[in-house]
Design a protein around this ligand. Structure first.
Ligand code: MN
Length: 476
């Protein structure tokens, strides 16, 4: 099937050249190759080969569908739809996002193909005119990379960002490259020493490992971190982290224990993302220790399945479902935010407001908090109990009067932190939300409910008022 798809695409694009002078098919191949490396299913790889056929050749989608079936047809149609965005500026941005989310809700593989398509376009960006370079690179940082991140596809997110970084912030890019180079040489020699010690330690204690290697931080994420650390690279502890991959979850904790018996951990830097995965599904143990000669070093410990998910995120789902083609529905808890988003976009017609709410709810850093039953709720940073209450249900939001955070009574405007246990206190007789809540409610969900309640209330009063007036002015 793959060979047939390749021949089909090759014939369809015959004679077409990319702006860098290479045959068009190199682009289709590169896209499909990235998808194959991510272990996606065959239909998706075929759709990667054919993704530009309906848009850029004389062969219509129906022909693709007839030859390769409805699944491939659906995927190619999805990618083609995403390609057609006519707007400019803010309009374009909003439209682009909307289309991405619609496509994602239908079949998330469409968006994964789009991300790998974008990856190759960035790799060959040099041959485009500067105006286009800027647009594509910016769009990547603003839309594509955050979506890859939200889908947990860490490796792709990092590559997209690093490729775009150079075009959007050329001076900063050069600076970061230079900074990290100098520091890296010194760092790597030391890391190798640590790895040798660590291997000895694991062997001595009979722990088998699959691999141990140093992992350099991606440049753009290093740049973002430097912005938070006064641009001082010596304050970045994970420029090179040591990644340990073991056979199973129990071994992860065993290794963590051994590490801490050998080297003292830095307080507050042990993170158990196995017990509490990140909202995008990321799982691992992280710890930072005072290593040999007191030098600080970060370790990331995970098993192979966790590693696959960290690199490929939602795409790894197909890896484990191989051979069960009928069951390509996604884990609902991981995609709940997309369906929610689609609902919001139906309600908000104003582009600026829509983008603001997106930046708040989706692209901001997320925290996760717990309900008394232990369910995990993920919210944007600085969210409050009011946001939490509306997330649970609009009725709970409208009638909440207080909150217990970690079993302590707390005001409704308290900013929640990851790991907080939140319980909402409800007063059945409460009429509705207070206007004041708009001063601290962070999520679009809470704000929209509060506003619509207040509007209804005012509308109701106004109606009663105008009816009364009508009565008095027209006594008959
Ligand atoms: Mn393409």
């Amino acid at each position: 099937m793959l060979e047939l798809a390749y021949d089909f695409a090759n014939k369809a694009h015959a004679g077409q050249k990319r702006l860098d002078g290479t045959d068009y098919i190199t682009h289709s191949l590169a896209t499909a190759l990235t998808l194959a490396k991510m272990n996606l299913d065959q239909d998706t790889i075929i759709a990667g080969l054919l993704h530009d056929v309906p848009e850029d050749t004389a062969i219509p989608l129906e022909e693709v569908e007839k030859n390769f079936g409805p699944q491939v047809g659906k995927l190619v149609r999805g990618v083609t739809k995403l390609g057609k965005i006519k707007y400019r500026g803010l309009e374009r941005y909003a439209e682009n996002l909307r289309k991405m989310f619609v496509a994602m809700a239908e079949d998330v593989r469409v968006v994964i193909i789009k991300l790998t398509d974008r990856l190759h376009n960035l790799e060959t960006l040099d041959s485009l005119p500067p105006v286009k370079q800027q647009r594509i690179a910016r769009e990547t940082l603003e839309i594509y990379a955050p979506i890859a991140n939200r889908l947990g596809i860490g490796e792709l997110k990092g590559e997209l960002e690093d490729l775009a970084f150079r075009y959007v912030y050329p001076e900063e890019y050069t600076w970061v490259v230079k900074q990290s180079k100098t520091r890296l040489e010194d760092q790597l020699a030391y890391i190798n020493e640590v790895i040798e010690k660590l291997k000895e330690l694991l062997q001595k204690n009979g722990v088998k490992f699959i691999s141990i290697h140093g992992r350099m931080k991606h440049l753009y994420s290093l740049y973002r971190k430097l912005q938070r650390k006064d641009m001082d690279i010596s304050k970045v502890y994970d420029l090179v982290a040591v990644r340990i991959i073991v056979n199973n979850e129990a071994d992860c904790y065993h290794v963590l224990g051994l590490l801490h018996s050998q080297w003292k951990p830095l307080p507050g830097r042990i993170k158990d993302y196995i017990a509490q995965p990140k909202p995008n599904g990321y799982r691992s143990l992280h710890t930072t220790v005072f290593g040999e000669a007191g030098r600080i070093v970060e370790f990331q410990i995970r098993d192979t399945e966790m590693h696959d998910h960290a690199e490929y995120g939602i795409a790894a789902h197909w890896h484990y479902k191989e051979g069960r083609q009928a069951e390509l529905k996604l884990p609902p808890e991981q995609l709940k935010w997309i369906t929610e988003l689609l609902q919001w976009q139906k309600e908000i017609s104003d582009n600026e407001q829509y983008l603001d709410s997106l930046k708040l709810d989706i692209f901001q850093n997320r925290i996760f908090v717990f309900t008394p039953k232990g369910d995990v709720i993920d919210l944007p940073e600085d969210a409050t109990p009011v946001d939490f209450a509306y997330y649970i249900h609009s009725d709970i939001g409208n009638r909440c009067t207080g909150a217990r955070i970690n079993e302590k009574m707390s005001p409704l405007d308290t900013m929640l932190k990851s790991g907080d246990l939140v319980e909402i206190i409800v007063d059945k007789n409460r009429a509705g939300p207070a206007e004041d809540w708009l001063k601290f409610a962070k999520t679009n969900m809470a704000r929209t409910h509060i506003k619509s309640f207040l509007k209804k209330k005012r509308g109701g009063l106004a109606k009663i008022f105008s009816r009364r007036q009508a009565k008095t002015t027209n006594p008959s």
